[in-house]
Design a protein around this ligand. Structure first.
Ligand code: MN3
Length: 380
């Protein structure tokens, strides 16, 4: 019986992780759940899964929850509670399903304890890739990707020698604006940007998919997860989202992993790896799908993707600046304060403004994140 802590149990990945765990009661036990503020959903999850701990980031929501009858589950709160859950409580696998930079510190605690991290929170590797990679080696931790593309690559690489990889081919759906041009992007609405054709996800990642920043973050994530240089990471558009990604080997052979776009599969694989467990996911009918198509991304239209490759070249805190600026810009776009094409502009401005620190420690990363947010928030 493996014990599981879920960071971010009210989000789309967290809910799907619980959907997976609900069907595997013999193998897994949920020991802790964390949310930002959604206590109504958390209360239901606590009643069903009976974890020993739950953390609510928002203090007043936490005290509301403490007044309800939730059995023996201990309610912690704030950043301190989050760190306590990751650093002190008992678990075997941490599911990193929080959104954005906030997932970094607790993930590091799990890595330092040599745990398995089923990582969905790509921002963690984007901002602190070197640090996490070094700590993972040092403490014998295990990072198993939950991101569908990286899970695909991870599956393609099973049994292969790293030296035989020629390149990684990340597939991208192209998002809701695949058929729009650069001019159109200036006037797209929040509602249009949130209407992803293939995947149902949270707001932040859905906007990132529309701008292709999501794919840019995934290029950086792939670099750190698999130790592959950016020249050997290619992005291609595949609108059907059936091939989740591919690996090309030195002999010219290409391996791909296919399936319907459903996060339950990569989540379950990260939990049960190296085993595969039979489940009742709907089958992938290739004859029903019929056609798979591929084409090159337009880097002028998807400026965010170009910026992601650029910060990977620059290294240091540049990826942290990109991530923080993007998080703030996306928030501004969702609130209707800026238009869609201002997102890459704000990121470029932040990259110009912020000084790059090479080989940053955790403090330097936190400082960079804070300063970049301050700068981008101050932009009109
Ligand atoms: Mn993905």
């Amino acid at each position: 019986m493996k014990k599981v802590l879920i960071l971010g149990s009210s989000g789309s990945i967290g809910v799907n992780a619980l959907n997976v765990l609900r069907k595997l009661p013999e193998q897994f036990e949920v020991t802790a759940l964390t949310v930002n503020s959604q206590i109504n959903l958390l209360e239901k999850q606590i009643k069903e899964f009976q974890p020993k701990f739950a953390v609510v980031n928002d203090e007043s929501a936490a005290s509301d929850l403490r007044k309800r009858s939730i059995g023996n589950c201990k309610i912690l709160s704030g950043e301190e509670g989050l760190l306590h859950a990751a650093a002190e409580t008992e678990y075997d696998i941490l599911v990193g399903a929080m959104v954005g930079f906030a997932g970094l510190a607790p993930t590091i605690e799990a890595v330092k304890r040599g745990k398995r991290v089923a990582l969905a929170n790509k921002e963690t590797l984007v901002v602190a890739g070197q640090l996490i990679t070094d700590l993972t080696k040092k403490h014998g931790a295990e990072i198993i990707p939950v991101d569908s593309e990286h899970s695909a690559i991870f599956q393609c690489l099973t049994g292969e020698n790293k030296n035989s990889i020629k390149k990684i081919i990340l597939t991208a759906s192209g998002g809701p604006f695949l058929n729009k041009n650069m001019e159109d992007l200036k006037s797209v609405t929040v509602k249009e940007a949130l209407n992803h054709p293939n995947w149902k996800m949270g707001n932040k990642i859905t906007i990132d998919s529309a701008s292709m920043m999501n794919k840019g973050l995934e290029v950086i994530e792939a670099h750190w997860l698999f130790g592959i240089e950016k020249e050997n990471i290619e992005v291609i558009i595949h609108p059907q989202s059936i091939i989740h990604s591919m690996v090309e080997f030195v002999d010219g052979s290409i391996k791909a992993q296919l399936g319907l776009p459903d996060m339950k599969l990569p989540i379950q694989y990260a939990l049960t790896y190296p085993e595969r467990i039979q489940v009742d996911f709907p089958p992938t009918s290739l004859t029903k799908i019929g056609t798979l198509t591929f084409f090159e991304p337009d880097f002028d239209k998807y400026e965010c993707l170009r910026l992601a490759y650029r910060v990977l070249t620059e290294g240091g805190t540049a990826p942290c600046v990109l991530n923080a600026a993007n998080e703030v810009a996306v928030e501004k776009f969702l609130k209707g304060k800026i238009n869609f094409s201002a997102i890459p502009k704000y990121i470029s401005m932040a990259l110009e403004k912020m000084e790059n620190h090479i080989s940053p420690d955790l403090n330097a990363i936190f400082e960079c994140d804070k300063e970049t947010r301050k700068f981008v928030k101050s932009l009109a």
